[in-house]
Design a protein around this ligand. Structure first.
Ligand SMILES: C[S@@+](CC[C@H](N)C(=O)[O-])C[C@H]1O[C@@H](n2cnc3c(N)ncnc32)[C@H](O)[C@@H]1O
Length: 234
């Protein structure tokens, strides 16, 4: 039977936890901390609020949420290995809780959260509309969800440079780092292109509307290398 995207992600991230933060920053030309800051800046939350970060990985967005807004945060990820690294880095405090679960079946009541973030989750959803509905379900009405993922730069020159980077640079650097990163380096370009073809920014905005979000916005960052979407739970 063909592997689902969720299963593929489970295998891909299993060996990466301890080195993820260092190399994710390097491989995105140090852009991804900036993208996460913009993502978190879309939420209007404070010390009395609780935000869920889905596909939290090693906890970079959770860290930014708590540091920047003072909110409480729940990080959710399907990978025990990535969560182990998040636990090592963040600890579990009264402000931070980490939960092993899939985005498709969040173990929370309806309307549990005052905000939601998800960085690099969308490409791994087997059924994106159903996944977005599940994210909407756990948000209280009026709360904001902010999502980001890689994109293919639309301009011809940035796109040519991006193609060279994902086809040659990433696999070469990945191989030099470790077998796990070699796998990621070979996988990422095709995964981002395929997602970009299937889900244009326009289609993503519409899908968020259909999943129960209103006032949906999108912004491309770094010449289109990243797309951030956000909207309010209706
Ligand atoms: C590229 S990492 C991003 C981690 C973190 N959001 C960040 O900004 O660094 C993608 C994460 O998504 C998780 N993931 C992928 N598909 C998932 C799913 N269906 N449910 C929960 N987590 C998922 C992986 O385990 C991995 O930790």
């Amino acid at each position: 039977m063909a592997q689902t995207r969720t299963e593929l992600a489970r295998g891909l991230f299993a060996p990466l936890g301890p080195t993820y933060d260092r190399y994710a920053t390097l491989l995105s030309f140090a852009q991804d901390p900036r993208w996460r800051r913009f993502l978190v800046s879309r939420l209007r939350v404070g010390a009395d609020d609780t935000v869920v970060d889905v596909a939290c990985g090693t906890g970079a967005v959770v860290r930014e949420l708590v540091r920047r807004t003072g909110c409480s945060a729940v990080g959710v990820d399907q990978s025990p290995e990535m969560l182990a690294e998040a636990r090592r880095r963040l600890g579990e405090t009264t402000r931070v809780r980490l939960v092993e679960a899939t985005a498709e079946q969040l173990p929370f009541e309806d309307a549990s959260f005052d905000g939601l973030t998800a960085a690099y989750l969308l490409r791994y959803l087997d059924d994106l509309p159903a996944g977005l509905s599940e994210l909407a379900r756990v948000l209280r009405p009026g709360a904001t969800a902010a999502l980001l993922d890689f994109g293919v730069p639309p301009g011809p020159l940035p796109r040519a440079a991006w193609n060279l980077w994902v086809d040659v640079g990433l696999p070469t650097l990945g191989r030099a780092i470790s077998p796990g990163w070699h796998e990621v380096g070979r996988f990422l370009g095709g995964s981002i292109r395929e997602f970009d073809d299937r889900w244009t920014v326009r289609r993503l905005v519409d899908a968020l509307g259909e999943a129960g979000f209103e006032d949906v916005r999108a912004r491309r960052l770094s010449l289109g290398g990243c797309t951030v979407l956000w909207g309010r739970r209706a």
